[in-house]
Design a binder for this molecule. Structure first.
Ligand code: SAM
Length: 352
């Protein structure tokens, strides 16, 4: 598959603006969009849902929480008082943006954002670019949710008109080879990394390590261990937005795979599992539930109180995170954290 060449993109833009060298004053154009997900998406979802709901523990992969409505709900979750990760991560970003964005000091490169969602966090980093000293930056947001990706890209261009944006509608577990060639800073925010088991997480990071050159960096957001009450409140907000977000996965399955789940047959259940050091989010059947998924010809039957696992969110100690990085061939260069050490942004380099 062809990778994007950021240098070529920025050169083209600047030539069109009558300049010979890339320059931050050179205005970007409307975002260009590459799609790695299209017709095969429903097929992949069918396979994932079939294997998830016929396994010994019923589950649906959490990436299917994010259709257009799910992405909007997640944006609302990020604004909730109980949901500490977003405001904590933004505070860390704001306090360290210029140090982090030194990466672009006098040098061109790509700022890749994996599972970008809303533009809230990348704004903090873009504001940290020092005016004259920075090279041309190509911003490459990558997300499975096209609506969310495009909405954010357009909003960003309103405020950072000099930015070039190459949006990638992609599954970051499958399409890492579509990331730009050349120097890049890969931001992976929101604790999304914690949605993967240890084995999956290491495999994912190994994929990034493989495509990172010696000067590339990854900025990985991880949620740290803290008292269980604080964690559980974040996934059980009083206004019920997280419950709606959780149940929306069934609406997404209904729509794409012609299924007949009734989301109200399920209760939202989210708790911290101390043995696994992770939050587990489930949908718990209020009574005996039957549903039919026409696209895969599957009848699903759940007993009362039986659950479907929809997401895990791992919480890390430094030691546990470092062990993951080490296994994946990544080395922490700097840790940025808040005063309570509730959250960390870890700058990682590929091991030489
Ligand atoms: C927990 S949200 C984080 C959003 C944002 N980065 C933040 O920090 O607030 C996860 C984001 O990753 C996207 N996502 C989840 N799984 C994905 C996958 N396999 N490939 C691409 N995007 C994915 C979702 O659409 C969503 O925008």
């Amino acid at each position: 598959m062809r990778r994007i060449n950021p240098q070529r993109v920025s050169d083209t833009i600047c030539k069109e603006a009558g300049r010979t060298r890339p320059d931050r004053r050179c205005p970007g154009r409307p975002p260009t969009v590459s799609r790695c997900i299209d017709t095969d998406f429903r097929q992949e979802m069918a396979g994932d849902v079939l294997s998830g709901l016929t396994g010994s523990v019923k589950s649906i992969p959490c990436k299917y929480l994010y259709d257009a409505y799910g992405s909007r709900l997640f944006d609302r979750i990020c604004t909730l008082t109980e949901y500490y990760p977003t405001r904590t991560e933004i505070a860390i970003l704001e306090g360290n943006a210029s140090r982090i964005m030194d990466f672009f000091s006098g040098r061109d490169g790509s700022l890749v954002e994996i599972g970008s969602g809303s533009d809230l966090k990348i704004r903090s980093l873009l504001r940290g670019l020092s005016g004259q000293g920075a090279g041309q930056v190509l911003y490459v947001p990558v997300d499975i949710s096209e609506t969310s990706l495009l909405r954010s890209a357009h909003r960003l261009l309103d405020d950072f008109p000099w930015l070039s944006i190459q949006a990638l509608v992609a599954d970051f577990t499958r399409h890492i080879d579509r990331l730009p060639e050349g120097r890049k800073l890969i931001a992976f925010f929101g604790g999304t990394f914690g949605n993967f088991t240890h084995e999956q997480g290491v495999a994912l990071l190994q994929g990034f390590a493989r495509i990172m050159g010696g000067h590339d960096r990854m900025l990985l957001g991880i949620d740290m261990l803290k008292p269980a009450g604080i964690i559980e409140a974040a996934y059980n907000d009083r206004s019920g937005v997280t419950a709606e977000f959780n149940r929306n996965i069934l609406k997404h399955v209904n729509r794409r795979l012609s299924a007949d789940f009734r989301p109200d047959d399920f209760e939202h259940l989210a708790f911290f599992n101390p043995d696994r050091e992770q939050v587990e989010m489930h949908l718990k059947a209020r009574s005996r539930v039957r549903a039919y998924i026409a696209e895969v010809g599957l009848s699903v039957c759940l007993e009362p109180e039986e659950t479907i696992l929809t997401e895990i969110s791992r919480k890390f100690s430094r030691a546990r995170a470092t062990a993951c990085f080490d296994e994946a061939g990544l080395v922490p260069v700097r840790w940025f954290t808040d005063a309570d050490a509730w959250y960390s942004l870890v700058e990682l380099a590929a091991r030489a």
